[in-house]
Ligand binder design. Sequence first.
Ligand SMILES: NC(=O)c1ccc[n+]([C@@H]2O[C@H](COP(=O)([O-])OP(=O)(O)OC[C@H]3O[C@@H](n4cnc5c(N)ncnc54)[C@H](OP(=O)(O)O)[C@@H]3O)[C@@H](O)[C@H]2O)c1
Length: 335
Amino acid sequence: MKVCIYGAGSIGCYLGGRLAAVGVDVDFIVRPSVKQQLQHHGLTVSDYLGRRQTISVDALQLYDSADVANQADIIFVCVKSAATQQVAAELNMILKKRTIIISFQNGLSNVGVLKQFLDGHTVLEGMVPFNVAALGNGVFHQGTEGTLSVKKNDGLTELIQAFQQAHLAIKLEQDMQAIQWAKLLLNLNNSINALSQLPLKQQLSIREYRQCLAIAQLEALNLLKIAKIKPAQLTTIPARFIPNILKLPNPIFNLVSRKMLEIDPYARSSMADDLLSGKKTEIDWINGEVVKLAEQLSLKAPINQKLIELIEQAESTIQSKAWSGVELKSELMSL
Ligand SMILES: NC(=O)c1ccc[n+]([C@@H]2O[C@H](COP(=O)([O-])OP(=O)(O)OC[C@H]3O[C@@H](n4cnc5c(N)ncnc54)[C@H](OP(=O)(O)O)[C@@H]3O)[C@@H](O)[C@H]2O)c1
């Protein structure tokens, strides 16, 4: 089995690195900046449990050109959502044999875009529940726990075995829409975290930020109920109860949500990283999906719409504002 990582950034290097560490044949399609790092330091994958493995430079298969994807049996699409259409168009030109393509991206619409361009191939939804941070010098660190999900498919037996060998939990799921919405509800914190400019652990320990997340989630949950979409349960608490937990005063929240706060002190959302590095964020693919659902139901989603506007403002400013929890809560509550 040959696996190809299309877009080897945080998720691509981490998933590909964990598989390569147990001997899977993995090709990485990388940008020059990542390639330089990996060629100098090798690829190190580490996690919150203290696991740490390094794949030496000699053992890494790094490619600038996407042409190598043609040799793969399975391709993981790991680019940010804004790049999906370009990747889909490139794969359409490159792929000559039937290939399985798994989108390990956030959001709900990437698989639809890939399918539009990749008729005749098998395109599957994947979901990464944990946070991966690029720590520099070729180190990619899983900061939180969670089980990967992929749409059930008979062609994945060998890949699932490889993930098991790599001690990376993965589950085949029939209803990926329920899983993706559940992840998206959690990802509604990405914009709040980015606006706070704080590490996730610190941001979530402040009640006002959690109240912002709670009202953004409640808005989405209400729309999902009307649309008769039931989000899956990804954490110990069912999605519909999470807003109540988030709203609790700090001491009680800290007691009941110890698991939720088991985050590396330096982990940030990838949206925060994008803002810091001046890149386009995935706001349209996260909060944007809530607004899209509201439009489909002839309703409105003012809280998520406001979060989109605030992130868009931050994207267009060189030095964006760090919102305190109190400021952000009062901005959202005023709607
Ligand atoms: N990081 C996390 O903790 C996390 C967790 C769960 C899910 N996710 C999701 O996983 C997806 C990937 O996130 P990420 O954090 O891994 O992003 P990332 O670190 O930005 O990695 C994406 C990589 O793909 C490269 N790329 C983009 N277009 C390309 C192309 N046409 N050819 C080759 N390389 C290309 C990017 O380079 P440029 O930057 O130069 O374009 C970047 O190096 C996103 O949908 C994200 O929401 C992330």
